[in-house]
Design a protein around this ligand. Structure first.
Ligand code: UDX
Length: 437
């Protein structure tokens, strides 16, 4: 099938490459010339494992091209809208400028029978509004909503083999023309037995926001337990293992630590609350305010613990922060708890050095005032306190004895609870976890 993908950020670039991998003829469109030039040269504009290899593989087949010209969408039967929906400045609500602009720009190139498919995370009600615009301007075209659940760091495999496919169509009926079109788009994953659900437009939109809210709640739940464990002298890691063995609860997303960040979870729960308010259902989501508050409290807690480890004052203390990305396997620093903690420590008088295998470029653009060091061993040299804030494998594998020879003082705060405390203590370290005795 001929497919256009509008917006080539994390979502769109991966989606375009994966659609070509599934055998379709794809054009990726974005207004950002630099991004398009990179993608056209089969280079990923951000770090995502497997993406560059996939771009090279599919570009050799000639099935994937990129353009900054919306006119390139003409002739495609399916148009995926994959642009961002960031948080509005100074508000909780989502900024729909890019979604609206993408659709308006696309309208002149839509032919009868075409299907426009929204993939961006949007406030419930957006799809119905956009469907009306399409109906008015192009009565024989259709608008569907097909939310994306990919995780950064696993984006390629999540797109090629998702847990489920959700098709939102007006009326939520199987017989909708768009359902048949999407079944052709996703023929390969469907043949592998991946479940697909047909829903009405608002339900499809809500599936995404509800899923992200649930995940955020799960993380904040265990972080609240970590606060309690700290107060009671209990161990949150063991607690998570034990409650996670109940398969109604499950162990995944129960890792207590410095909390969630990134370009999705924080802004999605806020946009969800804002939308609920507009719909007069704000009471239903007031708990998300608490989820957000617990999450933000993690950052303050780490700053306070670090101050304690420094003997009461951060002034002039050399602190090395391991990890800047919001999670491993990513160079994304949007709302990264690690970077936000590093910046707060610096503001309070510490001398902070940050290292990360992939995210230093993005981190330095966000917080130029921090000191960055590429090599872990150089970053460790002379540190008074170590903070492990993003659980990259390299940091999991650190040897406590070897690390001990580099630092000035053997004090470590494990912000992700991934190190073995007994091993580090045996090597002479003062070890602090979060919610661990
Ligand atoms: C998330 C959703 O998982 C994905 O389905 C959706 O499409 C986009 O948003 P992503 O932002 O890539 O994906 O990251 P995710 O893996 O969900 O992690 C989010 C944050 O939670 C990270 O900062 C991570 O470190 C943190 N986290 C995750 C925890 O603190 N504890 C956990 O147990 C799990």
């Amino acid at each position: 099938m001929r497919i256009s993908v509008i917006g080539c950020g994390y979502l769109g670039a991966v989606h375009a490459a994966c659609m070509a991998k599934l055998g379709h003829e794809v054009v990726g469109i974005d207004v950002d010339e630099r991004k398009i030039a990179e993608l056209a040269a089969a280079r990923a504009p951000f770090f995502e494992p497997g993406l560059e290899e996939l771009l090279r593989e599919v570009q050799e087949t000639g099935r994937l091209s990129f353009s900054t010209d919306m006119g390139a969408a003409e002739g495609s039967a399916v148009h995926f809208i994959c642009v961002g929906t960031p948080q509005k400045k100074g508000e909780n609500a989502a900024d729909l400028t890019y979604v609206d602009a993408a659709l308006m720009g696309l309208l002149p190139y839509i032919s009868p029978g075409d299907v426009v498919v929204g993939k961006s995370t949007v406030p419930v009600g957006t799809a119905t509004r956009l469907a009306e615009i399409v109906k008015e301007a192009r009565p024989e075209a259709h608008l569907l909503w097909n939310p994306e659940f990919l995780r950064e760091g696993h984006a390629v495999s999540d797109t090629l083999s998702p847990d489920r496919l959700v098709y939102g169509v007006a009326g939520g009926v199987e017989e909708h023309h768009g359902v048949q079109v999407l079944d052709r788009v996703y023929a390969t994953p469907l043949e592998k037995g991946i479940p697909r659900l047909v829903a009405d437009l608002p339900t499809a939109e809500l599936v995404k926001t509800a899923a992200n809210s649930f995940l955020a709640t799960k993380i904040s739940f265990i972080n609240a337990m970590a606060e309690l464990c700290d107060a009671a002298g209990a161990d949150v890691t063991l607690l998570a293992d034990a409650i996670g063995m109940d398969d109604r609860i499950g162990r995944k997303f129960l890792n207590a630590g410095i909390g969630f960040g990134g370009g999705c979870l924080p802004k999605d729960i806020r946009a969800f609350m804002a939308r609920a308010g507009e719909l007069g259902a704000d009471q239903a989501l007031t708990f998300l305010r608490e989820v957000d508050a617990i999450n933000m409290r993690r950052r303050t807690r780490v700053v306070e613990l670090t101050r304690e480890l420094c003997g009461g004052s951060l002034l002039g203390q050399r602190i090395t922060v391991l990890g800047a990305a919001f999670k491993p396997q990513s160079d994304d620093v949007r709302d990264s708890p690690a970077l936000s903690i590093a910046a707060q420590l610096q503001l309070q008088g510490a001398v902070v050095t940050v290292t990360d295998p992939e995210a230093l470029g993005n981190a330095a653009r966000r917080f130029p005032e921090l000191h960055y060091e590429e090599a872990t061993s150089t970053a460790l040299k002379g540190a008074d306190v170590l903070l492990l804030l993003t659980e990259w494998q390299d940091y999991r594998d650190l040897d406590p004895y070897e690390t001990g020879t580099l630092v000035a003082s053997q004090k470590i705060l494990d912000g992700r609870n991934i190190l073995d405390p007994s091993k580090w203590r045996a090597a002479g370290w003062t070890y602090r976890g979060l919610g661990r005795p």
